[in-house]
Design a protein around this ligand. Structure first.
Ligand SMILES: [Zn+2]
Ligand SMILES: [Zn+2]
Length: 365
């Protein structure tokens, strides 16, 4: 049974991230178990609110939910670190409320990765491995920043408290100790391997599944795969931006795939079969007699999987008339005969034109 997450959070489908966050905060605060002890109904409601927020607050999950009706499809695109969302909001919500025992998160930088995929890969979806730079705890000092065998010294300026007290008359103000940056200790022997940074640069391989139907500009968010700079308690996010390479034959028109086929003038007049490439292989298209230049033929359901999850677009076949520039003797003779046949008949109707052309064709046989 599909739950209506928008309804649960009481937000419109078009709600922005901010509106969703606000709605969630309001409801989570109202139904939080700490404020509603022994209230089964509130507990259920709280669970539901969290479930809705888990999906709608995550770009990728929301996308799936709104288009495919389910956020946790077996073909889920990424391994999500969902806790991130909640920690952020709960810090805002309850950090002060409950005495501030939660440490405020400091998020690392978001990273952007440009992923180039082939046209067919965008049409059918694809799994890709990408290599991203990653900062990991230094393997020598395990992130402590201290050369192994040494110890940090207690900061003398703040006596290890991390804060210093300034008195202004009646007031005392606590300030972060500048000497130790609030850490309460100083490192006299920084780790040589990482030069006291506590991190080392490596590379990480990530598997990404690109769902079918994405086009250039589509953005996938991988939670917590961004940078974890010095001082950040949580890594930033990684945004994978999709770029679809141009195809020599096909191009996209939304969910439809366009293909341009060169045909000669007699074919449009007389009609016939043409072979048309599609992303599923070649197929035959019947051109009726008297087809006008500019007419588009539609092959149903051979386009791109619609991102709303319902069916596929079509393939659009555009016919280009080619005018030969290197006629053989025989072709020239036949065209001259045809021209004579049409002589003075510059305002031919479509029907009359076709008849005459047929005559010529019969005569040629
Ligand atoms: Zn180190
Ligand atoms: Zn200090």
């Amino acid at each position: 049974m599909r739950k209506d997450y928008h309804n649960i959070l009481n937000v419109p489908r078009s709600a922005t991230d901010d509106e969703i966050k606000k709605a969630y905060r309001k409801l989570a605060f109202q139904y939080h178990p700490d404020r509603n002890p022994h209230n089964k109904e509130a507990e259920e409601k709280f669970k539901e609110i969290n479930e809705a927020y888990e999906v709608l607050s995550d770009q990728e999950k929301r996308y799936r939910y709104e288009r495919f009706g389910s956020a946790d499809d077996a073909g889920s695109i990424f391994d999500f670190g969902f806790r991130g969302n909640f920690d952020d909001v709960f810090n805002d919500l309850f950090g002060d409320f409950f005495g501030g025992q939660r440490q405020r998160e400091r998020k690392g930088e978001d990273l952007r990765y440009n992923l180039y995929i082939e046209f067919e890969e965008a049409v059918f979806g694809v799994e890709k491995e990408i290599e991203i730079p990653k900062e990991e705890p230094c393997p020598v000092c395990h992130g402590s920043r201290i050369e192994p065998g040494h110890k940090p010294s207690v900061c003398k300026a703040c006596a290890g408290r991390g804060q210093v007290r300034h008195s202004h008359g009646f007031f005392t103000i606590n300030r972060t100790c500048e000497h130790c940056n609030g850490e309460g200790f100083v490192i006299k022997d920084p780790c040589k391997a990482c030069r006291g940074k506590g991190t080392s640069k490596t590379k990480k391989t990530l598997k990404i599944r690109i769902p079918p139907g994405l086009d250039t500009g589509a953005r996938l968010k991988l939670r917590r795969e961004g940078a974890q700079g010095h001082g950040a308690t949580t890594p930033g996010d990684l945004y994978v931006v999709v770029h679809v390479k141009e195809h020599p034959v096909f191009s996209r028109e939304g969910d439809d795939i366009a293909v341009h086929i060169n045909v000669n003038f007699p074919l449009l007049c007389l009609g016939g079969q043409i072979t048309v490439p599609t992303v599923e292989g070649e197929t035959q298209v019947t051109i009726p007699p008297g087809t006008q230049p500019g007419e588009v033929f539609r092959i149903r359901s051979l386009g791109v999987t619609k991102t709303n999850g319902y069916g596929r677009g079509d393939e659009l076949v555009y016919l280009n008339i080619t005018i030969p520039t290197d006629l053989t003797e025989r072709q020239r003779t036949l065209l001259e005969e045809l021209a004579n046949e049409f002589n003075g008949d510059t305002d031919v109707t479509r029907r009359g034109f076709k008849e005459k052309f047929k005559e010529m064709f019969d005569w040629k046989d």
